[in-house]
Design a protein around this ligand. Structure first.
Ligand code: ADP
Ligand code: MG
Length: 709
């Protein structure tokens, strides 16, 4: 991890000792350790955990290797190098490696030249990696290689590996050096390191003590001890995150009273009985009940509504706002973009029909006289529902009696912004945040732990699940055939090309070429083409042709990801699907399946796929369930990458726990934190003094943590 973090240790303890005083460090190395890894103290060094371990207790022979083994080490010599050309500026370097029992390959897809320069033919090396077997030949891709004479093989047990950066490597601070320094430190620590969890907790949960865990994590005797140490450290990390969130939520609840919406009246009922064009799904009904309960409770509602694309969140939002109106309050709904705000305005006006409810728009483009009018009507209470972008929470916007705020697309609207909303008045409105990007439970619990969560897990009836299939790009002819059949039946088709910024030029050319090819393949049909580089006007003209049915095929980049609604389009073809992330694929697929016809999504990929890509494609073919997809996405990519986690103000930086994989520990940490708060809501019992002190200390040194409280 590259981000410099702050020390987690209290002044005065041995852990607060300046790292410079560790034998082997000194001022020069201290500076590097500090800037590269944020290591300033002994404590920081202890918290710099290995990213993997090698079982050095056993050396395998080439002959006994199979494709089903974990990481192993083999000791032998390189016989020769071979280089294979793999297209422009790409090559594969293979070293033939033998220990006398057989020959295997070591392969580099990049960095091959470096390997050739660094490793000598005939020198004895210890190679570490995961063997695979192809055509009877054992292969290790991108192995770790160490000269054999530097290793005390059998005595090493589990060897820790530490992350290093380019700068560190240049200065000779390798993983091995980090290992030695850490070993020196651990041996130097004569006294027990202080415990940071109360004894009743460690005892009940059978957690390893902190001292033992920190020593074990750097020098595990065996895999079982290592696992126990990791669980302990992960729990501790997650527990304090949860304690912070839960305490914050409890505080918030105590401080702010909510408006009490005592009754459901005319507006809600008239809408429900006379204007609702369909029956609500069970999931919609349940969520509306949850919202009614919240808003009648006297507590301020903070609810996160998760529901897949097309699950009918807008309607839930509208009906919640009607409850506010029925109780004499105004409501507003915020969308992340102007286009979406305008769509909401149109949808809501359409739903309400002739009902006597004034709905107005306020976005950045509502200016001058019009803006003044809206602002006046709003502060007079003449506007019932305001639809807009973030413009609606600016200071100049004054409501007469704002009772309910709906935020669409939660992930662009983090904890900090919500906090600002609350601080706008003594009695803050009820808040409903909606997200179409499903967030796995464990992540939601951590990111939005202060929100109650509702889920719409059911689509409106009559939608046929989209059938998704995978096609290799050497099978285009039959794909074209299928497309032709669909269009002849009156359907329309999306064909999506990837376009990423790094290779934009090439991608655009790809799209242009592809477009020409498609014109030759389908001379009988007409096509539209849109991409992000076109002028908005042109784009709109092309889109409009497709919307009106004048063109049958829309060739596009991912610009169509949000906001396009053409129910007659029933086929989504995604080319080079291996280049898209899971959530993007899911969003794209969500463009079809909006009408009554059976819809199809076809993922076209190259023949060779990496393991991860294959998993992504398989999941897409397997399920339409956005939650399962989000869950898988989290597992494949890790939470740091997950769309939205950046903006949402992930208020911590996890060193060892992994929200995707450690769901059970997240839950355990949450339960324990909740139990503590329930028992000591004012944070004053001496039994928990240690927890409150530590939390306070952590918040002092972690800017992000401080920001949400
Ligand atoms: P999202 O959750 O993605 O915001 P929308 O609220 O836009 O979904 O709803 C998608 C479509 O489904 C809209 O056209 C909406 O009118 C329709 N819809 C919503 N609820 C129902 C329902 N209970 N039965 C039938 N159609 C519904
Ligand atoms: Mg929506």
């Amino acid at each position: 991890m590259n981000t410099p973090t702050v020390s987690h240790t209290s002044a005065g303890s041995i852990e607060a000792t300046d790292i410079q005083f560790l034998p082997g460090v000194g001022p020069a190395r201290k500076k590097i350790l500090s800037t590269e890894l944020g290591i300033n103290t002994y404590g920081d060094m202890l918290m710099n955990f290995p990213y993997k371990y090698v079982d050095r207790s056993r050396v395998y022979t080439v002959r006994e290797l199979t494709g089903e083994m974990p990481f192993v080490q083999i000791c032998g010599r390189i016989l020769s190098f071979e280089t294979f050309d793999m297209g422009p500026r790409k090559e594969r370097v293979v070293a033939h490696f033998s220990d006398g029992t057989g020959v295997m390959d070591l392969t580099w897809f990049n960095g091959g030249q470096y390997a050739k320069k660094t490793y000598r033919i005939g020198t004895q090396y210890v190679v570490f990696g995961r063997p695979t077997v192809f055509n009877g030949r054992v292969n290790v891709v991108h192995p770790d290689i160490d000269p054999a004479d530097t290793m005390e093989l059998s005595s090493m047990g589990m060897q820790p590996y530490y992350s290093t950066t380019e700068v560190m490597k240049k200065k000779g601070i390798t993983s091995r050096v980090m290992e030695r320094l850490t070993k020196t430190l651990v041996e130097k620590l004569r006294e027990q390191l202080p415990e940071t969890l109360p004894e009743f907790m460690t005892a009940r949960l059978h957690l390893m003590g902190r001292d033992e865990a920190l020593r074990t994590i750097h020098y595990p005797k065996d895999a079982r001890q290592l696992e126990r140490a990791r669980v302990r450290l992960k729990f501790e990390e997650l527990f304090y995150v949860q304690l912070n969130i839960v305490r914050y939520a409890a505080d918030h609840r105590r401080k702010y009273r909510g408006y009490v919406f005592t009754h459901v009246g005319d507006k809600f009922n008239t809408f429900f009985h006379r204007h609702l064009p369909f029956t609500l799904t069970e999931a919609q009904k349940r969520v509306i009940r949850e919202i009614r309960r919240d808003t009648a409770s006297g507590r301020q509602m903070n609810r996160l509504l998760q529901g897949d694309v097309g699950s009918g969140k807008t309607l839930v939002a509208l009906m919640s706002m009607l409850i506010a109106l029925d109780n004499g309050y105004q409501a507003c709904i915020m969308a992340p973009t102007e286009i979406l705000a305008e769509q909401h305005l149109a949808t809501i006006r359409d739903f309400l029909g002739t009902m006597d409810i004034r709905v107005e728009l306020l976005t950045g483009i509502v200016k001058g006289k019009r803006r003044k009018e809206v602002l006046e009507a709003l502060s007079d209470g003449r506007i019932d529902i305001l639809v807009g972008t973030h413009a609606v929470i600016e200071d100049t916007v004054r409501f007469a009696r704002l009772g309910m705020v709906v935020v669409d697309e939660q992930h662009r609207f983090g904890v900090a912004q919500r906090a600002r909303l609350w601080s706008k008045s003594d009695n803050p409105p009820h808040v409903l945040v909606m997200t179409a990007t499903p967030i796995p439970r464990t992540l939601a619990m951590t990111l939005y732990g202060d929100l109650d969560v509702s889920v719409i897990d059911e689509l409106p009836p009559g939608r046929k699940p989209i059938v998704t299939s995978h096609v290799f790009d050497n099978r285009m002819a039959s794909l074209y055939d299928g497309i032709r059949r669909q269009i002849r039946q009156g359907r329309q088709v999306y064909i999506v090309f990837p376009l990423i910024e790094e290779s934009e030029k090439m991608d655009l050319k790809n799209l242009e070429d592809g477009y020409e090819t498609l014109r030759e393949v389908f001379p009988e049909f007409s096509m539209s083409k849109v991409h992000g580089r076109m002028k908005p006007k042109e784009k709109e003209v092309e889109m409009q042709k497709f919307v009106s049915g004048e063109t049958q095929i829309l060739v596009a980049t991912t610009v169509i990801e949000v906001g396009v609604n053409v129910p007659n389009a029933s086929v989504m073809v995604i080319l080079d699907a291996q280049r898209f992330g899971l959530s993007q694929l899911h969003q794209l697929r969500g463009r079809v399946g909006r009408g009554a016809d059976q819809s199809f999504c076809i993922l076209v990929t190259t023949y060779k796929l990496s393991e991860d890509t294959r998993k992504r494609i398989d999941i897409m073919c397997d399920t339409n369930d956005g939650f399962r997809i989000a869950e898988a996405d989290l597992k494949l990519r890790g939470p740091g990458d997950l769309e939205g986690t950046q903006q949402s103000g992930m208020a911590f930086d996890l060193k060892i726990a992994d929200i995707a994989r450690d769901g059970q520990i997240v839950q355990m940490a949450r339960d324990e934190a909740q139990a503590v708060i329930d028992d000591d809501p004012m944070c004053e019992k001496t039994a928990y003094a240690m927890l409150w002190n530590r939390l306070r200390e952590m918040k002092k040194t972690n800017i992000n943590w401080a920001a949400i409280s």
